[in-house]
Design a protein around this ligand. Structure first.
Ligand code: GLA
Length: 392
């Protein structure tokens, strides 16, 4: 990560012809279990991981936002820093940045114009929260430049607002909270209703393997919103605020009223929330077999009830199980992206290799295996002696 930070400072200097005043970094996230339940205020068990977006920034006097990104270098953005009427730019990566600036402005926090460069070793669109990490870097820079410091939860809520209003994805709070609040060596049991976080140490002999199918998803294309709408329909029919408030017996008793598809959507959410509790207990008891079973059930539920998987993810999960993984399932929003696979530390490299080989043989495509580690959350540091030294 330090090399990445040095790189982004060099990029900033090359692109903008001066030194940056702030740099910031934000991790990606993996999710052990609790998928597609955060928008129903359920509980989830993600971890911030050691793949990062980094940024360097400095204020300008031109009242514009000049945004440059190494992975998106062909699409630099210059946007007027008009005070209260920032608008999304259709199809632009810059919306994650502009959306955050706008959310802060709406809360009365104004940074003024600035130049900002990004770099990343977090694959984009792979279900590892690259967008939440761009948002967190931006939020920290806005705070640094405006001399404010919000709590990680307040920051996460503003980043989520950016995603809703500028990226068009009505996401839950899991990604933004995780990248802002990560804890070294720990998964975070997040209650997405109360926003309380309970750290759970991940056993040191357990390894998290995130396998990127390289099939790319577009959550903004409406499937995510459709799933959320089905969940809302279910809770309205059941007469409860959100599916977090449903029990399995209640759901079963109203199956006919819900209709087949909406029942399946709700069934996923209710059973997945139960699996999160069961998984935490299995992890505390070092019961690997039970953890594996719960991951398998989670995948099946996401595939058949929530219908957010795709053939490549199903294949990666099956291959992982056949090659000695403790358990595996699709991760994140779905329709492509990555799987999360739990393996024993001493077998991690061998299993990663054999999964990659089997996937190549079956599909002719390359999957990218990331052996990841749980890390701390986003932070920013001033590079100028006149500023407040650091934010996290
Ligand atoms: C995306 C969203 C999250 C969450 C996951 C699925 O990553 O941003 O809020 O809903 O999908 O669990």
């Amino acid at each position: 990560m330090h090399a990445l930070l040095d790189n982004v400072v060099s990029h900033f200097e090359a692109v903008f012809g001066r030194a940056p005043e702030w740099h910031a970094f934000a991790p990606g996230r993996a999710n052990l279990i609790g998928e597609h339940v955060d928008h129903q205020e359920g509980c989830v068990l993600p971890a911030a991981i050691n793949r990062y977006t980094v940024a360097a920034a400095a204020p300008n006097k031109d009242h514009v936002f000049r945004l440059w990104s190494a992975p998106m270098r062909d699409h630099p953005i210059i946007h007027p820093a008009a005070r209260d009427d920032l608008q999304p730019v259709e199809g632009s990566w810059g919306n994650y940045v502009l959306g955050v600036i706008h959310a802060y402005q709406a809360s009365g926090i104004h940074s003024g114009g600035f130049d900002m460069a990004f770099d990343s070793n977090l694959p984009i669109g792979a279900g590892m929260s690259s967008s939440a990490s761009i948002e967190a870097c931006t939020a920290l820079v806005v705070e640094g430049l405006s001399g404010t410091s919000l709590s990680p939860n307040q920051r996460a809520l503003l980043c989520q607002r950016a995603e809703h209003q500028f990226a068009g994805v009505p996401c839950g709070i899991m990604d933004q909270l995780t990248v802002n609040s990560g804890i070294d060596g720990h998964a975070l049991a997040i209650d997405c209703r109360t926003l309380t976080i309970e750290p759970h140490q991940i056993p040191e002999d357990l390894c998290l393997l995130v396998i990127d199918s390289q099939v790319r998803h577009a959550l903004a294309d409406g499937e995510y919103a459709k799933r959320k709408a089905d969940c809302q329909h279910a809770s309205e029919t059941l007469g409860i605020p959100l599916l977090r408030d449903a029990s399995l017996p209640l759901l079963q008793s109203r199956k006919a009223d819900l209709g087949e598809r909406v029942f399946r959507r709700a069934h996923h959410v209710v059973t997945e929330i139960n699996r999160v509790t069961a998984f935490q207990e299995a992890m505390r008891n070092a019961d690997r077999e039970r953890m594996g079973i719960l991951l398998t059930e989670s995948h099946r539920s996401l595939r058949d009830d929530f219908e957010v998987s795709c053939p490549e993810l199903d294949l990666l999960v099956a291959i992982a199980r056949d090659h000695g993984a403790i358990g595996s399932r699709m991760m994140g929003g779905g329709f492509g992206g990555s799987t999360i696979t739990l393996v024993s530390l001493h077998q991690a490299d061998a299993i990663a290799d054999s999964i990659g080989r089997a996937y190549r043989q079956a599909t002719g495509k390359e999957a990218v295996c990331h052996l990841v580690r749980p890390v701390g959350g986003a932070a920013a540091h001033s590079l100028s002696p006149n500023n407040h030294p650091s934010l996290s």
